[in-house]
Design a protein around this ligand. Sequence first.
Ligand code: FO1
Length: 319
Amino acid sequence: MTTAVLAGGVGAAKFLAGLVLAVEPASVTAIVNVADDTILHGLHISPDLDTVTYTLAGAVNPETGWGLAGESWQAMEQLARLGGDPWFRLGDRDLGTHLYRTGRLVDGATLSEVTAEIATGMGLACRLLPATDDSLRTMVTLASGEEVDFQTYFVARQHADEVASIRFDGWPAAGAAPGVLDAIRTAEVVVIAPSNPVVSIGPLLAVDGIEGAVVEARDRVVAISPIVAGAALKGPADRLLQQLGHEPTVVGVARLYAPLCSTLVIDEADADLAGAVETEGVRCVVTDTIMRSPEVSAALARTVLAAGAAGAGDRAPEA
Ligand code: FO1
């Protein structure tokens, strides 16, 4: 079974780690958010691509969910010694990835090409595509009126500010990277990973052509709620939803995603809201979505694929 997964960072990476246990890894295409990307110290950093890559390679830092396990931090220590500000912590080995990516981009390679090279270098068997090779950046307007880039909001200010609005710099010009639209159109099941709907899935859908392709695939699109019992498992998704006028519950997620998916998978903790989710016009599947281990993620992946296949079957033309 071929799958295309719309992916942000840590939640998506954990789901993908289970998916590649459940199916042939070569049948999986992850389409990854790049609107968190930033240039720091002259280096092009792609946090979500690296989180997915390191997780699938079994090399991610298990405590943070980003960066590499067993890192050393001598470059950051030297930076601080020289008076630089190491607010965005780049480990010594992680820096090698950013050096490689930046060097290849400066040489004229596309982000898709470099991403494929890094994935191969890290031993990945599935396909990783950046959503776009163009520049697309999440910009956050705070309640104070100040506009900051995503990593300033997320890391430097620890997503503590009230947010007034979000925009994607580079929209509407940013076009889908090679293979992205085709992967969505041809996948037997399309998955919207349990990522932040506003700042991870939002910028993926903002790339020219992606939202249209997902809407067209709706019968075989399954989303996994990143909200469990009214809270985000990690990060500010619940607060962002609320601040931007959405309900931070599985029902709010269903309302947002109903035009895109035919099934929403929610956690057992929200089982009592399954009926309200279906009122929003999506089928609801209740299962364990807390990915404590790759085995739990693999079980979730099997449930998601079965739901997607059933959705596609519902509307399949009769033979
Ligand atoms: N997140 C942090 O909270 N603090 C950091 O210092 C930090 C550094 C960092 C370095 C490389 C990388 O790939 C990711 C990093 N992240 C860090 C995570 C990053 O901010 C992600 O964009 C968010 O986790 C949202 O997905």
